[in-house]
Each structure stands twice: as structure tokens, then as C-alpha cells.
Design a protein around this ligand. Sequence first.
Ligand SMILES: [Fe+2]
Length: 358
Amino acid sequence: MTEPSKMRPVTGPSVWTGADMAQTDTWIFHLTPAHVSEIDAALKTAHAAPPALYDVTARDFPLPTLSPALIGLGDELRDGRGFFLIRGLPRERYDDAEMASIFWGIGSHLGIGLAQSNKGDRLGHVVDLTGPETDMRQMRSYESGGPLRMHTDLNQDVVGLMMLRAAKRGGESRIASSMAIHNTILAEHPEYLQPLYDGYHFHIFRHQRVGPSKLTPHRIPVFSDYDGALACQFNPRPIERSVERAGVTLSPVAAAALDFFVEVAARPDIYLDMALKPGDIQFINNHLIVHGRTDYEDHPEPESRRRLLRLWLRRPDFPKQDPRTQVHEIDELGYRKAAAIHGGVGAPPSGTAAAGAK
Ligand SMILES: [Fe+2]
């Protein structure tokens, strides 16, 4: 547990505001015609459908001059502002399968692609799959439409998104610096930081449970100071479900801290909205940035609906993460292991966020 005395403002380039970033486009990397030629050449030899695509490595997808630039952008993810956008891919030149190969190929120069569900897909699709008959309680958020509150994805180093088809209106990608949110909370409500460092039990869907418990055995810290770096893991939805469906009682300060994080992340001067164009690729450091999306109006035809491809990447050079941030134990490719780990790790300390299952 991090002591309050160690809770200091974060400094450095990972602390930024949307207001700052809206003034500059230095976070956009523009592909040159030479880069696109390299991508075309790599695509000729490395085009494959999943799961064979998952065997394609950086060596199989050579990008002679783009690769060094991607390495520099990867350093920016780790040590800089924590995000960038790649623009300039001629979307009209490629079909969806070729776009998937390009995305995987570029991603292979930035990290190791991990499984995103228990189906084992390592290249995910973000699209509204809902219809009038859908049971929304069973849908994962990337498979439904509408706005998405700010959150991080489960314990991944890097989240990548490639826009295949934009919505009819809206659906912008919204990101914010978790480090700026941390500093704002410290400045305005320092009493909320302790419950955020202590964390919250997450509700686990029935099909994802290993044992009988509806809850993670330990709390997932929102902020964790580990391996010399502060990291953020935030998702209000499984915490709210822990209250609604598993009888967890949050202390008033723990509940207020959660609400305040959501409130700060929703401030227009804190977040940055990005209107991704077809072909744009966004990468973010999941430990330093929260993300969401604005509401949108989709096309009525299923084949025309807003659709993005998603990558979750592991970066061996990133700071190690507090094991308490793991909801499930995963192997080196992101596949769920059979049994839950860390049972009892970070057992609820006495104090702020009393929790118990009925
Ligand atoms: Fe997400």
C-alpha cells in the first residue's frame, strides 16, 4: 500500500491536458510515400488471415525506414506523452483483410499482440453488434454502441486502434492523461487518493469466473506506484457491478473518490478528442492514459457500421506492473490461465473501502 506521504504530483511529459494537446499536432506521425511503399512490399509477403497472421513478426513484416521511426514512437509511449496517431495510410487502396495485416504488421514493430477474449482473438473488432433483442447485460463494451466512459483496458501495456469505417456522426476517440487526473485529484481532493491507491474489488462475469466468487479476491488499485513508476488502472463499470450484483458496500470516501475520478476525466480541458479518419492508427500507453469515446450515430446497414480494429500489446521494456492490477492470470500471449492467482494478494486493508460479498 502506498503511504499518503508518497503521494506527490507526477511530473514530466506524461502529464498533459487536452487543452494543451489541442494546440499542437506534434502527436500525429504522417506516413511518407516511401513508408507506404514499404508497407505495400511487406503486405505482399506477409498477408494472412488470423490465426496464421498471429505468427507474423517484425522480421516477417520488414519496414526499413518506418521501423526506426516506430521504435522512436514506442519510446514516446513509454517516456513521453504516452500516445500518438499514425496518419496517411491510403485506406481506399486496401480491403479490410489487408488493413488487418497492415495493422498487425505495424503493431509487431511496437510490441507483442495479446489475446483479447477467451475466444483467443489477438486482433479485435470494435463494432456495435447489438440489435433489438440483445441482452445488454452480457455485452462487452467494445461490442455495443453509444458513448464510452473513460477507462483503461485490462492490464495491457499498449492499446492500438485502427479506424476501418467511421460513424455517420460522432464517435470520436477520447483520451486523457491519467497522470494529470492524479495531480488534479491531489490538488483538489487529496483525501480521495488513498482509496484510489487502495483500490476496489471488481465484479467478474459468470463465464469468466474461476471459483464461486463474483468478485476478484483482491482489490484492483486505481493508482499503483510500482517498479519506480506510477500507473493507473481504472474502470468504473466492474466496480459499480460489484455494488449492484455482489453486495459490496463502498465507504462514502471510496464512492466519492470513484465519482471524482470520473468527473475529472470528463472535464473538457482535461480530455482530448480525436476524430479518427479511416486508415488512422492510434496507440496509447494504457498505464498512463484513460480512453473512451463520444456518442455517435451509426449507419443503419450492418456492413457500413463504425468499425475499428484493436490491438493489445505487451512491451517488455515498460515498467513492471503491480500484480494487484491483474484481474486474471494470463500467460505471455495474454491467454487466460486455468486458475486465478493473487488470491489474498493485496487483501483488503482496514479502512476506506469496506467490501463484502453477500
Ligand atoms: Fe477500452
